[in-house]
Write a protein that binds this ligand. Structure first.
Ligand SMILES: Nc1ncnc2c1ncn2[C@@H]1O[C@H](COP(=O)(O)OP(=O)(O)O)[C@@H](O)[C@H]1O
Ligand SMILES: [Mg+2]
Length: 302
């Protein structure tokens, strides 16, 4: 799919003509006790309908600051943004108040740690129906509940109606992350921002979550900004990858180009840090006890 980009652009001009998200020369300075840190230093990227764009980099490279900045979730007194972050025609750097109309509707966040993202004292059903009614205030309780069941079903939670009565502590990390994706989808967004959505989970559980996101994207053509330090994840889900280091993109391109022919030493280092799985393997998989645990589906996506 990625290698056919020009043809695709031709066939579906609307997909790429107006990106869902257009970030241009974004700079973010954080005001800390130790002084001002330029955590993001002039990054630019675009995400169109149905595309997954991944920012990959080591811990501390500025990935989360980029994501939170795009979502307008950095405290105004601690973060100074410049450049442009456009959702459709709206630049939320120039007009920070506009992000409120965008967040949870045009764009939703899937958080990194599913264990702490939900309120422990309310049921899954309550938290999900609240999110549904935030988007559709006119819905009756019964209709909101029905929609909540539908969302849990979409994220492949078994017996969704029965799960509404459960509390977060009764569910596993993987199930909680599914609930959080359901909550993100309650806003009916065009774009999902997923900040290391699977890094707190076991590799087998991780594969299930990524599969849900990919299937969702195929069905709804939702855009995804994926943040990860894991090249296995990036390889599986991405159309384009931006490799981040010290607040900048050191390398950007289509996934195959970056993985097969990295030009930057830093990217090579990231590549060498993960076990190579699937079709990019240079040698046949060893099988047996040394075989990879299967964090990603062999064969990839495209
Ligand atoms: N709350 C904060 N206070 C001070 N510095 C921070 C804070 N959050 C992030 N930083 C700094 O910003 C840089 C980027 O961090 P972050 O965006 O969290 O990286 P990543 O998500 O890639 O691990 C790092 O140098 C980090 O030390
Ligand atoms: Mg982070």
């Amino acid at each position: 799919m990625t290698s056919a980009a020009p043809a695709q652009q031709h066939a579906r001009p609307a997909d790429t003509a107006v990106p869902l998200l257009d970030v241009s020369e974004l700079q973010i300075e954080l005001i800390t006790d130790a002084g001002v840190v330029r955590a993001v230093d002039g990054v630019s990227f675009r995400i169109g309908r149905g595309e997954t764009v991944t920012i990959i980099g080591e811990s501390g490279s500025g990935k989360s600051t980029t994501a939170m900045g795009v979502l307008g979730l950095l405290p105004a007194d601690l973060a100074v943004l410049s450049g442009a972050v456009r959702f459709g025609g709206t630049d939320v750097v120039a007009d920070p108040d506009a992000i409120r109309a965008v967040r949870g509707r045009t764009v939703s966040l899937i958080p990194q740690d599913p264990m702490t993202a939900l309120s422990p004292v309310h049921t899954i059903g309550r938290q999900l129906t609240e999110a549904v009614r935030l988007r559709r205030p006119g819905l009756s309780r019964a209709a909101a509940r029905e929609r909540a069941v539908e969302l849990l079903d979409q994220v492949r939670i078994p017996r969704p109606a029965a799960q509404l009565a459960t509390y977060p502590h009764q569910l596993s990390g993987g199930m909680l992350q599914r609930v959080l994706i359901g909550i993100a989808l309650a806003g009916e967004p065009e774009l999902l921002v997923a900040d290391e959505p699977t890094s707190a989970l076991d590799v087998t559980v991780q594969a299930g979550i990524l599969d849900i996101l990919l299937e969702l994207q195929e069905r709804t053509r939702i855009g995804i900004l994926m943040i990860t330090h894991d090249l296995g994840v990036a390889r599986l889900v991405s159309d384009r990858i931006h490799v981040m280091r010290d607040g900048r993109f050191v390398e950007s391109g289509e996934v195959e180009a970056i993985v097969d022919a990295p030009t930057h030493d830093y990217t090579r280092m990231l590549l060498s840090a993960v076990p190579r799985l699937g079709p990019w393997d240079e040698e046949p998989a060893a099988g047996g006890p040394g075989a990879p645990a299967g964090g990603t589906t062999p064969g990839g996506r495209r």
